[in-house]
Design a binder for this molecule. Structure first.
Ligand code: NAD
Length: 490
C-alpha cells in the first residue's frame, strides 16, 4: 500500500538515517478507531542493511568505546528522553489509549530509568579471576572478560512499549552490543522518538537500528538472519515458540519474557482494605494488559463475601474515558482485534455459565469512542479451575474469583496452569508468606503488593512464561558472554 500524505509517516532508522519504505500500513488510535499515521514496513533489503551497519559499528567506533564512554552516552539518552518527555507521553497515549496517569508515572519515566540503571550496573560489571594449581604442579592465571554478543535483535510488545523496549535495549547497549529493534506494529511511535534521541545524543551510526513492520511479515527474516547473534523477545508464548523454531538452526542465545495467567491469593488473615485495593490494581491496571496482571483470584471462604462485595465496589468506581481526562483509570484496549479477543472470553464465560459479578460488555458513550476499543472491567466467578477461561491468558480487565479453604489446596490450584510468571499473596502472617511464596511455580511472587519492581532483581517466568532471567546482573549476564583466558605461569 502506498502512503497518503495527510498522515505522518513513521520510518525505519538504519545506519543513523530515517529511510522511506515501499510499503506502509495504518496506525489506528484505539480511542476512536481513527487513523493517526502510516507505519513503514521494512523489506528484506532494509533488514540486511540494518544488520550490516550494526556489524560495521561493532568493528568501528562503538567497538572501541570504553565501558564508561558507553555508559555516559546511556545517561545522555535518559536525559534527552526526560527533556522530550511530553512528546513521548503524547505518542504513547496516541498509540495505546492508556491513561495519562499511567504513562506519566510508569511508562515514560521507567523507560528513561532503564538507561540510567543499566549504565550504572555495567560500569561495575566485572569478570572472575582464579589462580589455578594442578595436582601435577602446574600453575596458571584464569580470568574472564565479558564480551558483547554482537548484533542483538530486540522484539517488543505493545502493552508497555517504551518501558519494555528500553528494558532490553539499555542493557544490550551497556554491554557493547549493537541493536536491531523491532517494536510491535501497534506501537511504533515512541520507538521512532527513541531513534531520534539516539541521533541527538551522538550514538554512532549503526549502533541502534529500528526496523518497523508486522511481526508475521518480517519477523522470521530478522530472527533467522545468520548475522543476528542473539534474540531477546517479549510477547505472547505462541510467538515465542515460533521464534524458538526460527533460531534453532543458528543455535542463537535467546531470552524470552512471555505470557502469564497470574493468580492472587487472599488469605483470611489479609489486611482486607489493602488486599481489595491491591487486587483491583493488579486486575485493572492498563486495562489488564500487563503480563503480570491478576486474572485469577483465590479468596479464603471466611472472608469471601465481604472481599467480593468490596472488590465489586472498586470495579464500579473505575472511571473509563478519554486517556487525558481527569481521574480516568481505564482507557480502551489497544486494538479492535484485541477487543474482539477479550470479548470472546467474556462470551465464553457466559456460555460456560459463569456468574458476572460486574461488567461483561462494552461501555456506551454515544460519541466517537463507540468506534474505539473500550471494554468494561469485569469480575466473574463460578467456573472450574480447568475451564479455558481460567487456563488461557485473556490480557484484559477481568478476574475470576474462586473460594478456597486450605493453604495446601490453594497452592496446588494456583500451580494448575501452563504459565508461571507471577503471583500476589495477601496475608499478615509472615511465616505463611515465607512458607507459601517458594511453593508457587512462578518467577516472581509479591507479598502484600504488586508491580513493585527493583531493576536489579531477577525477572522472568517458568513454564510457558519464558526462558532466562533479565534484570540487574542477569541482564548483563545475557547480553555479554564471559570468555575464559588461561595464562600459564612458569
Ligand atoms: P506478540 O507475540 O503478538 O507480539 C510481540 C512482538 O513479536 C511484536 O513486535 C510482534 O510484531 C512480534 N512478532 C510477531 N510474530 C513474530 C514472528 N513470527 N517473528 C518475530 N517477531 C514476531 O505479543 P503482543 O500481543 O504484542 O504482546 C502481548 C503478549 O506479551 C502477552 O502474551 C503478554 O503476556 C506478553 N508479555 C510478556 C511480558 C513478560 O515480561 N513476560 C511482558 C509484556 C508482555
Amino acid at each position: 500500500m502506498s502512503a497518503p500524505s495527510q498522515h505522518p509517516l513513521l520510518h525505519c532508522f538504519i545506519d543513523g538515517q530515517f529511510v522511506p519504505s515501499d510499503c506502509y500500513f495504518d496506525n489506528i488510535n484505539p480511542v476512536n478507531g481513527q487513523k493517526i499515521a502510516n507505519i513503514a514496513e521494512a523489506d528484506n533489503r532494509q533488514i540486511d542493511l540494518a544488520i550490516q551497519s550494526a556489524k560495521q559499528a561493532l568493528k568501528g567506533p562503538w567497538g572501541k568505546f570504553t565501558v564508561n564512554q558507553r555508559c555516559d552516552l546511556l545517561h545522555k539518552i535518559a536525559d534527552r528522553i526526560a527533556e522530550r518527555q511530553q512528546e513521548f507521553i503524547d505518542a504513547e497515549i496516541a498509540d495505546t489509549g492508556k491513561s495519562l496517569h499511567q504513562v506519566q508515572t510508569i511508562d515514560i519515566p521507567r523507560g528513561a530509568a532503564n538507561f540510567r540503571a543499566f549504565a550504572d550496573m555495567a560500569r561495575t560489571h566485572t569478570g572472575e579471576t582464579f589462580i589455578t594449581e594442578t595436582p601435577t604442579g602446574e600453575k596458571a592465571l584464569n580470568y574472564s572478560v565479558n564480551k558483547p554478543l554482537g548484533v542483538v535483535a530486540v522484539i517488543s510488545p505493545w502493552n508497555l512499549p517504551l518501558l519494555l523496549t528500553t528494558w532490553k535495549v539499555a542493557p544490550a547497549l551497556a554491554c557493547g552490543n549493537c541493536v536491531i529493534l523491532k517494536p510491535s506494529e501497534e506501537t511504533s511511535s515512541t520507538a521512532v522518538l527513541l531513534a531520534e534521541v539516539m541521533n541527538e545524543v551522538g550514538v554512532p551510526n549503526g549502533v541502534f537500528n529500528l526496523i518497523l513492520g508486522r511481526g508475521k511479515h518480517i519477523g522470521d527474516y530478522l530472527t533467522s538472519h545468520q548475522n543476528v547473534d542473539a534474540v531477546t523477545f517479549t510477547g505472547a508464548s505462541a510467538t515465542g515458540q515460533h521464534i524458538m523454531r526460527a533460531v534453532a538452526d543458528g543455535v542463537k542465545p535467546i531470552s524470552f519474557e512471555l505470557g502469564g495467567k497470574n493468580s492472587a491469593i487472599v488469605f483470611a488473615d489479609a489486611d482486607l482494605k489493602k488486599a481489595v485495593a491491591g487486587v483491583a490494581r493488579s486486575t485493572f491496571t492498563n486495562c489488564g494488559q500487563v503480563c503480570l496482571c491478576t486474572e485469577k483470584v483465590f479468596v479464603h471462604r471466611d472472608i469471601a463475601d465481604v472481599f467480593i462485595a468490596q472488590l465489586r465496589q472498586q470495579a464500579q468506581a473505575i472511571k473509563i474515558g478519554y486517556p487525558k481526562e481527569k481521574d480516568v483509570l481505564l482507557g480502551p484496549l489497544v486494538s479492535k482485534q484485541h477487543q474482539e479477543k477479550v470479548l470472546s472470553f467474556y462470551q465464553l464465560a457466559k456460555d460456560e455459565g459463569a456468574t458476572f459479578i460486574v461488567g461483561g460488555g462494552v461501555p456506551k458513550f454515544d460519541d466517537e469512542r463507540d468506534q474505539g476499543c473500550y471494554i468494561e472491567p469485569t469480575i466473574i466467578s463460578g467456573l472450574a479451575d480447568d475451564n479455558r477461561v481460567n487456563q488461557e491468558e485473556i490480557f484484559g480487565p477481568i478476574c475470576h474469583i474462586s473460594i478456597f479453604d486450605e493453604e495446601d489446596e490453594v497452592i496446588e490450584r494456583v500451580n494448575n496452569t501452563p504459565y508461571g510468571l507471577a503471583c500476589a499473596i495477601w496475608t499478615e502472617n509472615v511465616s505463611r508468606a515465607h512458607r507459601v511464596s517458594p511453593q508457587i511455580d512462578v518467577g516472581l511472587v509479591w507479598v502484600n503488593t504488586w508491580f513493585l519492581r527493583d531493576l536489579r532483581a531477577p525477572f522472568g517466568g517458568v513454564k510457558l512464561s519464558g526462558i532466562g532471567r533479565e534484570g540487574g546482573k542477569h541482564s548483563l549476564g545475557f547480553y555479554a558472554e564471559p570468555v575464559n583466558i588461561c595464562i600459564k605461569i612458569d
